[in-house]
Design a protein around this ligand. Structure first.
Ligand SMILES: Cc1cc2nc3c(=O)[nH]c(=O)nc-3n(C[C@H](O)[C@H](O)[C@H](O)COP(=O)(O)OP(=O)(O)OC[C@H]3O[C@@H](n4cnc5c(N)ncnc54)[C@H](O)[C@@H]3O)c2cc1C
Length: 469
């Protein structure tokens, strides 16, 4: 039995993560109906804030980078501007561990010349970027590690890019593709040859386009954490979300798409027709959806996209039991350093209200491509290792006053070498099947900001043939 046969103009959105919800919100503003199918019992994916015992812990993301003008616009449109927090400017330092000691990343030329984060030969080698030729157009795809070694030298790779990549992708620079994972870096080399020159010459272009480089982008959250963004979207489009409704099959019919979803009410599968469908569930879940577009395509190949497992461990401590000044965003750990964490965020330095008076909150990330087994290890193995690392790195003594843990077994999609094939395939499928769209962190960039912008763009794209605007 097919319910809702051919409702003119509704879009099926698969997944109530930040991408799917933003798309539903923009479709509504464009006058287009949608049903958001969500496999689980809550929306937002990893974007989830936990308030307990006076602490605020984030399951997944801790900061939303304002990399595009659409991001503050969405916050305003949702009526959340008065709850939005900008990271404390006094917490601008970022630390990288070298020889067991967190060292601030230099932010000025003088700081760069005097820092002992890099050796003198490494500093001289970095300047090689000014004279090194650009990569040949016909050269094979390059990993992030090969790109950085070639342009900036191996010490810069080990003590700057390796930890930064762990902080963004929980990924391995030897496997990540520079073109796919850091397209702007790749584009700067193509256009300006030197990264330094590109930085200077590209500034004016970026200003004109409204794009803000990640490094300078304001870091945002909300009084009650990033979950506020999900609640705001749900206030606007929550009536469109159907929970416990995993989509299991999609097939194309004459005027659109038939969606089969499992029903949480125990009444078996449900089938409904929609004019268009947006696939915004994680790649590893898309791979499980039976798919018939009449052209012999399937979604099985999504299982080839690698995901890095990450566990977030959030600890509270009495302030006096942490020796480090915590005057920054956090600390990143290079792979060469013998610590079991990818890094730690100094949450209570960044935003107010993250810990009770006289206490601090630290969020540690464990695992990633570097150490996948540790991400999935039980809490009683992980916690002592992480507490020992915090003791050695930040002088944390005493027992934590708060612990929260969230395991993301298939946490972050990796734009590894060869990833371009997946992007091309999505594009080809969209071109051959009207009304089919893919958006989310498996395609548009892994940051929340990327997902928000993707949700907006894909909504415009889906609405155009329906509204004729
Ligand atoms: C530990 C961690 C830390 C992070 N830190 C940051 C950070 O600080 N800053 C930042 O910008 N980004 C960060 N990210 C990345 C960012 O949070 C994610 O990339 C982004 O939230 C993904 O959004 P999405 O909409 O693409 O997918 P998701 O949020 O994964 O949403 C997909 C939804 O689809 C649902 N679903 C699955 N299968 C089906 C199905 N068959 N039918 C229907 N629904 C289905 C899922 O239940 C889920 O709700 C972090 C991620 C992790 C894991």
């Amino acid at each position: 039995m097919i319910e809702n046969p051919d409702p003119a103009g509704t879009v099926a959105i698969v997944g109530a993560g930040i991408t799917g919800l933003t798309a539903a919100f923009h479709l509504a503003r464009l006058g287009v109906g949608s049903v958001v199918y969500e496999a689980g019992s809550r929306a937002g994916g990893p974007v989830h804030s936990v308030l307990r015992d006076g602490y605020l812990a984030e399951d997944g993301p801790n900061t939303l980078l304002e990399t595009a003008p659409e991001i503050p616009a969405l916050i305003r449109d949702l009526g959340l501007a008065d709850q939005c927090l900008h990271a404390n400017p006094a917490a601008a330092n970022r630390y990288i561990v070298r020889d067991g000691i967190p060292k601030p990343i230099p932010g000025t030329l003088a700081g760069w010349l005097t820092t002992d984060l890099f050796s003198l030969p490494a500093k001289i080698r970095v300047l090689g970027d000014l004279v090194i030729p650009r990569r040949r157009e016909d050269a094979p795809e390059e990993s992030v590690a090969d790109f950085v070694r070639r342009r900036l030298g191996s010490e810069f790779l080990d003590y700057a890019i390796n930890p930064l990549v762990a902080g963004i992708y929980a990924g391995d620079p030897e496997r990540l593709s520079v073109t796919q994972a850091f397209p702007r870096l790749d584009a700067v080399e193509r256009r300006h040859r030197s990264l330094f020159l590109g930085q200077v010459l590209g500034a004016r272009e970026r200003k004109r386009s409204g794009q803000i480089p990640r490094a300078n982008a304001p870091k945002l959250s909300f009084v009650h954490g990033l979950g506020t963004l999900v609640s705001g979207l749900l206030r606007a489009v929550g009536d469109r979300v159907e929970y416990d409704s995993p989509v299991t099959a999609l097939s194309r019919h004459t005027h659109g798409w038939e969606v089969e979803s499992g029903s949480g009410s125990g009444q078996g599968a449900r089938r409904r027709r929609h004019r268009a469908v947006l696939l915004a569930a994680p790649a590893h879940r898309l791979a499980r959806i039976a798919f018939a577009d009449g052209a012999g395509n399937s979604l099985d190949w999504f299982s080839g996209i690698v995901h890095a497992p990450v566990t977030a461990l959030v600890f509270g401590f009495r302030r006096e039991e942490v020796a480090h000044s915590l005057d920054g965003f956090g600390v990143l750990v290079p792979e060469r350093e013998p610590f079991p964490i990818l890094g730690a965020i100094f949450n209570s330095s960044l935003f107010p209200g993250r810990a009770p008076e006289g206490h601090v909150t630290l969020t540690c990330y464990v695992g990633g491509s570097r150490n996948p087994d540790l991400a999935l290890a039980p809490a009683d193995q992980q916690c002592p290792l992480v507490l020992d690392a915090l003791n050695r790195l930040l002088g944390v003594r005493g027992r934590p006053t708060f612990v929260h843990r969230c395991v993301h077994a298939l946490g972050i999609p990796q734009y590894n070498l060869g990833f371009g094939v997946y992007r091309k395939r999505m594009q080809q499928m969209e071109e051959s099947a009207p009304g089919l769209r893919f958006a989310g962190n498996f395609r548009d960039g892994i940051s929340m900001g990327d997902c928000l912008v993707a949700g907006l763009r894909v909504a415009q794209n889906l609405a155009a043939p329906i509204t004729g605007i």
